[in-house]
Ligand binder design. Sequence first.
Ligand code: ZN
Ligand code: ZN
Length: 380
Amino acid sequence: MQAALRAGAEALLVTHAPDVRYLSGFTGSSGAVALAGGRAALFTDGRYTTQAKAEVNGLRLVIDKRSPGVQAVEWLAAAGVKKCAFDAAQTSVAALELMKKAVNQALKAVPAPMRRSFFVATDGLVARIRQVKDEDEIVRMRKAAAVGCGLFSAVLQYLIPGVGETQVAAQLEFMARLAGVEAMSFETIVASGERSALPHGRATAAKLPAQGFVTLDFGVLLGGYCSDMTRTVHLGRPSEREWDVYHSVLEAQEAAIAAVSPGVRCSEVDEAARSVLRKAGLEKEFSHSTGHGVGLEIHEGPRIAARQEQVLEPGMVITIEPGAYLSSGAALKARRPGSRTKKGHPVAKAFGVRIEDMVLVTKSGHELLTAASPKDWIEL
Ligand code: ZN
Ligand code: ZN
């Protein structure tokens, strides 16, 4: 709200479902929250009457046939609001047009130039507040993370050469539902063999190989909050290169986790991971950012990436997920200086490794929410 006021607005209109839920408790897919002059109201349509009455607390509830955004605009106009902030990043052009029409109707008596400047575009006001979790949210996220860890241990028995990636994903998701989760927080990634070199290898009909990595990246939705974790295991004996790359990624991941503390810039956490992989000659192979915030949405702020000057605050929950994806001949053959020798099959094929944990920023440092899943080398 502070930023909205700085932008010259006297009211705020929120339509992005996770933001609406955060402010009102309403979990329906069609809702809007309007805040003006110390008053707040939730708008939805008749499909959600029972649900909204049960969920919404502390806000006025308005139910009508028209779109929640339009209802909210009329309410704001009736309250005498002349300038209203909205989240440009979460509002479609079509929705904005509809709301502008509603402003024109509701404020007929007001001169046209004033009507045209009714909406003030802002970026992620509620999203910014949501980055810092309160106690209740942290309890939910701890539970979601713990369920994720349990699923990882339970799915290991299905990682057998010849089993399809989709079958592994199905087992994992079936067990997740039995554990009581509302949904998966995103499409489960099972990337095996050469497909482990794809940072976003969704489960396909591909069969798990006799030798090679399997990357599992998945999360559950529990109590409205997302979990997100990645583990990479090896089927059969690894090559020396595979062993080295895994341990470089693990070292990078642990270095980044160790850097997580209030007051630290996101770019510093990213650099902690990146510098380890740079030393190991894997800088180019680490082709994405180190992590992201997680909460009501699977990807939210802050971004843990280079040049992100945002500072970590207690209550933020972030992922730390460096990876290395090797598909070029040179990268596959390169040896880390002084690497330990481990006998195994020669590697000529592409492979990749990613390791991801959820980390809570605490007052004094950090807490690993996915600590129940060890990251030591797993060979099946
Ligand atoms: Zn993930
Ligand atoms: Zn993630």
